[in-house]
Design a protein around this ligand. Structure first.
Ligand SMILES: Nc1ncnc2c1ncn2[C@@H]1O[C@H](COP(=O)(O)OP(=O)(O)O)[C@@H](O)[C@H]1O
Ligand SMILES: O=P(O)(O)O[C@H]1O[C@H](CO)[C@@H](O[C@H]2O[C@H](CO)[C@@H](O)[C@H](O)[C@H]2O)[C@H](O)[C@H]1O
Length: 472
């Protein structure tokens, strides 16, 4: 018997990189809203242009295609999450779409239409035209113009969401897991753009709808930075140089040294924090709230241990770091922060470090992600990322033991440069801040243990090493 549409989706969604509920069985999947997206009407001319041009290479454009925007709910044990899907239906799939097939339905073969450049123009076109399609509202940023002619490609990055790059002009991120409310990324990037920040990619528009009675962001379009390189790729190039250099060469002399960039990134991070402090409310948390924060860290560590029991044997240092933070008596300054700051979230353009993805940690509730927090949370995130970059290339190396001390040396050098840059940019790290920073680093490492166990088990040794001391 043919599976139902919901059963098809349940089988398919668990294989998607962005599916947040990996490792737990789906007990129920239901379609909450299904909105047909017209390839006529506002998007008609754009679509027919696109279809016309593709007919020269592939006759498939003459086949009828329908596109639907879906919000589905997925129940797993006691939790229910919402996801956004952009699906196409064709009588049969052309070869180029076979890899994104979901399966046969009463309406034709369903597929993940983000990969179908014949239809994705309607998303950019909808934003350009400020369309309203059923419950979906498309918005263009005031004062910007959008060229709707570029075709899209799906970005092949390791991602929590799906990003479509239109030509070399725009990048439209479809948030996959939908949490009711305005996405912090839209909120923060718009506010910083208004203040003329050089550290964000220009926003062009967004798509929203109402979910559970709240205005909810579904997608966000920004300027694509075609000449920029992300910090993760740059850092790995530097680590490769070090590993490939002669024994005895230190990280500063190996060529491809990243420390000057780490310093610049530190300065940019401090400036970004100042801009965010100016654009949003700020405050300070006193001892009782600091203790509550520590309780949160402990809970996070305990749930990481529940999921990855081998962590228990190494959790002592983290408990000590959390105890030291619980004893801090001074108020801790708080403000809006990035929340999931790492080398993959920063891009080096020819002139600046630009920061992406202000969503916070994708697994956390929206209220928590929007809450005021210590800017050192971002500093800790980046320090963890230096550890990741240093250790990642050891996986495939024939002699990882020999290189482990070099990994530690690279991480220490770039960590020091980043912190020096952060201070030079006006981001103070003083007194008890070192205690807070250490606790934040270990709390982030606990999050990463769970993230890697669920998404990339082969990477698990990297965050685990944070608990077993330097060089482990
Ligand atoms: N404006 C942009 N210009 C160029 N590349 C970008 C841009 N925004 C994102 N990217 C690329 O996409 C990757 C993932 O983007 P990100 O916003 O972090 O998505 P996610 O929330 O899914 O992790 C980045 O590491 C970067 O390589
Ligand atoms: O970028 P996302 O919002 O999707 O963040 C999630 O995925 C990240 C991995 O892509 C993950 O980051 C971890 O791995 C990075 C290397 O791939 C490393 O640089 C980070 O330091 C490390 O935390 C992030 O934690 C997760 O929320």
């Amino acid at each position: 018997m043919r599976p139902t549409f919901e059963e098809l989706l349940a089988g398919w969604i668990t294989r998607q990189r962005w599916f947040a509920g990996k490792g737990r069985a789906i007990t129920e999947l239901a379609v909450e809203t299904a909105t047909p997206l017209p390839l006529r009407g506002p998007a008609e001319s754009r679509h027919s242009d696109v279809a016309g041009s593709s007919r020269t290479t592939d006759d498939e454009s003459t086949l009828p295609v329908t596109v639907r925007h879906l919000i589905i709910t997925v129940r797993q044990e006691s939790r229910t999450d919402r996801y956004q899907l952009f699906l196409g239906f064709r009588p049969e799939l052309p070869q180029r779409l076979n890899h994104v097939a979901i399966g046969p339905t009463d309406d034709g073969v369903a597929y993940d239409a983000v990969h179908d450049a014949e239809v994705t123009g309607l998303l950019l076109g909808g934003i350009a035209g400020e369309d309203e399609i059923g419950p979906l509202r498309f918005h263009r940023m005031p004062g910007v113009e959008i060229d709707t002619s570029p075709r899209s490609l799906v970005l092949g990055a390791e991602q929590s969401n799906t990003s479509l790059v239109y030509g070399d002009r725009y990048i439209c991120k479809l948030f996959r897991k939908i949490v009711p409310g305005v996405n912090p990324e839209l909120e923060i990037v718009s506010a910083l753009a208004e203040r003329g920040s050089p550290h964000i990619a220009k926003p062009y528009g967004w798509i929203e709808t109402d979910v559970a009675g709240e205005n909810t962001t579904l997608a966000f379009t920004q300027e694509f930075l075609p000449t920029a390189c992300d910090g993760w790729a740059l850092a790995l190039t530097s680590v490769r140089d070090l590993y490939g250099s002669l024994a005895g060469t230190d990280a500063g002399d190996a060529g491809g040294d990243f420390a000057a960039e780490s310093h610049r990134l530190g300065v940019a991070t401090a400036h970004l924090h100042k801009e965010m402090a100016a654009a949003f409310p700020t405050g300070a948390i006193e001892a009782p709230e600091v203790k509550r924060m520590v309780e949160g860290f402990r809970r996070r560590l305990e749930s990481a241990i529940a999921e990855v029991p081998e962590l228990a044997a190494h959790a002592g240092e983290a408990h000590e770091a959390f105890d030291r933070l619980a004893d801090v008596e001074h108020p801790i300054p708080v403000q809006r922060v990035h929340g999931d700051y790492h080398l993959g979230q920063v891009m080096r353009t020819p002139s600046e470090w630009v920061v992406l993805d202000f969503e916070g940690e994708p697994g956390q509730p929206l209220g928590e992600r929007r809450a005021l927090d210590s800017p050192l949370r971002d500093v800790a995130g980046m320090l963890r990322s230096f550890e990741y970059a240093a250790r990642h290339l050891l996986f495939d190396h024939p002699d990882p033991r020999r290189l482990a001390p070099r990994a530690a040396e690279w991480a220490a050098r770039n960590r020091a440069a980043f912190l020096a840059g952060y201070s030079a940019g006006g981001g103070g790290i003083r007194g008890d801040d070192a205690v807070l920073l250490r606790a934040l680093e270990l709390s982030k490492a606990a999050y990463e243990v769970v993230y890697e166990a669920r998404n990339r088990p082969a990477w698990l040794p990297i965050p685990l090493a944070a608990f077993t001391g330097p060089g482990a």
